[in-house]
Design a protein around this ligand. Structure first.
Ligand SMILES: *Cc1c(COP(=O)(O)O)cnc(C)c1O
Length: 370
């Protein structure tokens, strides 16, 4: 059994994709070709955002808005320690200081009640509070109603880390469209993935869109050889855009399949483990289906029982960021973010992809329920 099966999906799009790739080979425009332009306009309308700037990865999709907004030394950017390292890494790469805020125990997303205190503390440390990066963990959008109010009260702008939530929504509004700017990833294992690295940035802000397009190509002015600002090489390949165009065509169908699978898991496993809670008016993209065992020991037993039956599991995230060696210099210690630490010790993820068969789900559940 596969944790994420990309092969069944490939069979579904293979013929159409090969045709697109042949076109790219014939035209020879391998980077930022017409496929990229087509993809950007399709993605912008899919998300319901005025602009989409495609780019080289989810990490660059997070970094580029920070560069565009002039985030740098002395600035505090708030995010959670219960996420993939890229969320905090880009803050450091921009020269600013990541300030962590613990998550809610039931949604695993940033706890709005704790942000005010974190902002006050950052100010006491001499930092300038600038931005907030909520992460839509495992596919579930964060609480943008409350986050929006808190952000404006503290004059922070919001960068939505939608790397896992592309396809999710809140009150019908799609993930990627929240905050001033949203960033997503097309890493192969994400809900919408390409066959390499890729990402995209969404915004309604015309000025920011222009800056992002410049930063994507080395801070280009009228062309690549006139440089107005410091940028990066953040472009997307035409072949990756072709893959994404074909996958986008079947994406709604895949999201429904993910939802069906999550519903089956939850119905069967409720009571045995803590199953994910999706609050009213939210839809998850189900990048991961993570459950919580009663203890670290029980998690180990469950994962081993599954392993014995050839069922792969993963732990997202085993070490919260404030306890990672790379962030020693921030001076956090165990006990600083109790919810993230507790989740790290008990959470684990089950196989989740749109092509998981009924019999496979049944087998996974029966091992866990035995
Ligand atoms: C995957 C991921 C990223 C980074 O995306 P890449 O395309 O791998 O660079 C950022 N944030 C979160 C929450 C992610 O899961």
């Amino acid at each position: 059994m596969q944790f994420i099966d990309l092969l069944s999906q490939k069979d579904r799009i293979r013929a159409a994709l090969l045709q697109r790739i042949e076109g790219i080979l014939d035209r020879g425009q391998f980077i930022m070709g017409p496929e990229v332009t087509e993809l950007e306009s399709r993605l912008a309308s899919w998300v319901g955002s005025k602009h989409c700037v495609s780019c080289s990865s989810g990490t660059d999709a997070l970094l580029m808005p920070l560069l565009a907004k002039g985030i740098g030394p002395g600035d505090a950017v708030f995010t959670t320690p219960f996420t993939f390292v890229a969320t905090a890494e880009v803050i450091s790469l921009a020269g600013a200081t990541p300030v962590f805020v613990d998550v809610c125990p039931d949604t695993f997303n940033i706890d709005p009640d704790l942000i005010g205190h974190a902002v006050d503390e950052a100010v006491q440390r001499g930092l300038k509070p600038r931005a907030l990066i909520p992460v839509d963990l495992f596919g579930l959008p964060a609480d943008y109603d409350r986050l929006g109010a808190i952000a404006s009260a503290y004059k922070l702008w919001i960068l939505e880390d939608a790397a896992q939530s592309f396809g999710g929504s809140f009150r019908g509004r799609k993930a990627g469209s929240f905050g001033l700017v949203g960033a997503t990833s097309f890493f192969p294992a994400k809900p919408l993935g390409c066959y390499g690295d890729g990402g995209a940035i969404f915004t309604d802000d015309d000025e920011l869109d222009k800056l992002l397009r410049s930063i994507r190509v080395h801070g280009s002015g009228i062309d690549k050889y006139s440089n107005d600002r410091i940028g990066i090489n953040g472009r997307l390949d035409s072949i990756q855009a072709a893959v994404l165009l074909e996958k986008l065509a079947i994406f709604d169908d895949e999201l429904e399949a993910r939802q069906r699978i999550a519903d089956t898991y939850s119905k069967r496993l409720q009571g045995r483990v803590v199953v994910p809670r999706i609050p009213e008016n939210y839809r998850s993209a189900w990048a991961q289906y993570s459950v919580i065992a009663a203890s670290a020991e029980e998690r180990e037993e469950m994962m081993q029982a599954l392993q014995k039956e050839g069922i792969p599991t993963m732990i997202y995230y085993k070490i919260p960021l404030h306890l990672q060696k790379a962030y020693d210099f921030l001076g956090y210690k165990r006990g600083d973010f109790p919810v993230s630490e507790d989740l790290s010790s008990r959470i684990f993820a089950l196989p989740m992809h749109p092509y998981l068969a009924e019999e496979e789900i049944e087998k996974i559940c029966s091992v866990l329920l035995a």
